[in-house]
Write a protein that binds this ligand. Sequence first.
Ligand SMILES: Nc1ncnc2c1ncn2[C@@H]1O[C@H](COP(=O)(O)OP(=O)(O)OP(=O)(O)O)[C@@H](O)[C@H]1O
Ligand SMILES: [Mg+2]
Length: 271
Amino acid sequence: MTAASLELAAEGGRTLHSAIDADSPLSIQGMTVSYGEKPAVFSVDAAFPRESMAAIIGPNGAGKSTLLKAVLGIIPTLSGKVSVFGEPVEKARRRIAYVPQRASVDWDFPTRVIDVVMMGLYRELGLLHFETRRHRDMACDCLERVGMANFAHRQIGQLSGGQQQRVFLARALAQDADLYLLDEPFAGVDATTEKAIIHVLKGLKEENRTVVCVHHDLATVTEYFDRVLLINVRKVADGPVDTTFTAENLQTTYGGRLATAQIDQLQLSLA
Ligand SMILES: Nc1ncnc2c1ncn2[C@@H]1O[C@H](COP(=O)(O)OP(=O)(O)OP(=O)(O)O)[C@@H](O)[C@H]1O
Ligand SMILES: [Mg+2]
C-alpha cells in the first residue's frame, strides 16, 4: 500500500466515524501511522470518557505503543486528529502524563530516583528549576504512594525493572496530570507491585482523572478496567468492558493466536 492510498483510506475512516465527544479527555479520529509500506496503525477512531480507566488490548505488534506515541506527537502520523479535553494535543500537553513501555527507555543515565521524580514537577519548578523543600516533599510523597520512598537516593540504573517502573509512575504522579497514558505498567512486576500500581491508578480515577493503559493480561481486564479498546492495526472495538470485552471481539483481535480454551476460560470469569 502506498502512502497516498493509506491517506485516502484513512480519510474514509474519518467520515465513517465522526460522532466523537468533542470534550472527551482523549479523542482520536482517523489515526494512521506507518513506519514503512505497511501501516502499524490504520484508521483508528477512539474516545475515552472522563473518570474512566481504559485498557488498550491487542497482540504483540498490534500498534498499541505506536498509537500512544502518535497521540503524544512523539512519532509522525500519516493522518489523524487527536484532541485532549477538546483542545489540540500540543495545547494540552501539560495535562498529560506518559509512562513509556519499559523496554523502550535507556535506564543507564546516572540520575537519582528523587531527581527522576522531580522531573515530573517541571510545571511547578518553572524555567529556573528552583527547588524548594516543598518540592522535595512532594516528590517524596509520590515515591511513598508507589512504595519507593526508601529508594529516593539510589541511582535509577541500580534498581530492578519493577522498581524502576514504580519510580516512573511516581514521576507521572508528580506531574499532577488529568490524563494518564501508561504503556504496560504491569509488565514484569510482581503481584505485590501490581496491586500497589492498580491501587494508585484506581485512586487517580477516583480523583476524576482519566487513565489509559496498554495492557497484556486478559485475565485482569474486567477487574481493573471499565473500558477497553481492542486493536490489531485496525480498531476491532471500543467501549465499556462488559459489552466490548467479548469472546468474539477477542477472537477478531487475536485471531488464531489466542486459543479457544483461553477465551473459554475468560468467558467463565466474565460470566
Ligand atoms: N521505530 C520503528 N520502526 C519500524 N517499525 C516499527 C518501529 N516501532 C514499531 N514498529 C513496528 O510497528 C508495529 C507496531 O509496533 P508497536 O510497538 O506499536 O506494537 P505493540 O502493539 O506495542 O506491541 P507489544 O505488545 O509487543 O508492545 C510492529 O510491527 C513493529 O515491529
Ligand atoms: Mg508496545
